[in-house]
Design a protein around this ligand. Structure first.
Ligand code: B1M
Length: 220
């Protein structure tokens, strides 16, 4: 039953069928399927398959857009469920997060932001295509502990490095831990550009943040 509903959800995202995605999400939650299982095993595989079809020339940009919209509508239902599981009172710290300049991919960044919120962090989500100066100003003004930089394109990964350099120029580099992520990003890149951490997914992002803040011994 679980497998069936998850694979139908994957198919609904792949086909950009909003109504089916929303209905299946509601049914799955009512049936007791965990929100993270729904995301990892239902929604994300649909987006990945849409990306593969785009790479092979079977899908075009509008297909990606409608797939993304179906995923986002499901996420709107899942997010309150994720947040309602947050029973923490004390704040774990402040996170500034956004997708870098030139890049409008939103879904992964928003998922990471939601996971931080669900885990007791105060989050300033700056959105997508965020100018470098905006990140720097928000880090300064919010006294952030973590700056999260998402990039989905090989052409925008380099902006992560530009932002780290801008933080140094503004005298803020020692005040904030920089976490990078996004599909083309990897640990060696994070090290090369002087980031403090890299996370492959939204759950790992919270774990790595706690690690770089010295809250847990290692990122696992
Ligand atoms: Co775009 N796109 N896209 N796209 N798109 C990719 C990324 C691509 C891999 C597709 C492909 O060719 N197979 C390819 C990039 C190739 C490359 O550079 N390596 C690509 C391209 C080429 C483009 C355009 C250039 C296409 C064009 O115009 N010709 C264009 C660029 C626009 C721009 O940004 N300037 C473009 C546009 C779009 C849409 C607007 C149509 C749409 C986005 C809609 C939206 O977000 N509202 C879109 C989509 C949907 C995708 C794919 C299919 C799916 C992305 C997604 O949402 N995945 C994507 C293919 C793919 O990734 N499989 C693709 C689901 C999401 C949950 O995963 O975002 O990876 P993800 O986030 C994960 C992790 O990466 C990580 O955690 C998240 C959750 O687990 N993570 C972090 C992300 N940020 C993190 C930050 C962290 C830590 C972890 O710390 C701070």
């Amino acid at each position: 039953m679980t497998d069936g509903i998850l694979s139908r959800l994957t198919q609904a995202v792949l086909e950009g069928d909003n109504e089916a995605a929303v209905r299946l999400t509601q049914d799955a939650l009512a049936g007791g399927i965990e929100p993270l299982t729904l995301i990892d095993q239902g929604l994300v595989p649909g987006m990945d398959q849409a990306g593969e079809k785009f790479s092979s020339g079977e899908y075009f940009l509008p297909h990606l857009l409608i797939a993304a919209r179906a995923m986002q509508e499901s996420m709107e239902i899942i997010e309150p469920e994720l947040l309602s599981r947050d029973e923490q009172v004390a704040s774990e710290g402040t996170v500034v997060i956004g997708t870098v300049h030139g890049d409008i991919h939103e879904i992964g960044k928003s998922l990471v932001a939601t996971m931080f919120t669900a885990n007791g962090f105060k989050v300033h989500d700056l959105g997508v295509d965020v100018p470098i100066e905006r990140f720097v100003a928000c880090v300064r003004d919010s006294d952030a502990d973590i700056l999260g930089l998402s990039a989905l394109l090989t052409t925008t990964m380099v902006v992560q490095r530009d932002i780290i350099e801008a933080l140094s120029e503004a005298g803020l580099r020692e005040d904030v831990k920089v976490l990078v992520g996004g599909a083309p990003v990897h640990a060696a890149w994070a090290e090369e550009i002087g980031a403090d951490g890299y996370a492959p997914d939204a759950v790992a992002a919270v774990r790595v943040a706690r690690h770089v803040l010295g809250r847990i011994p290692n990122s696992g």
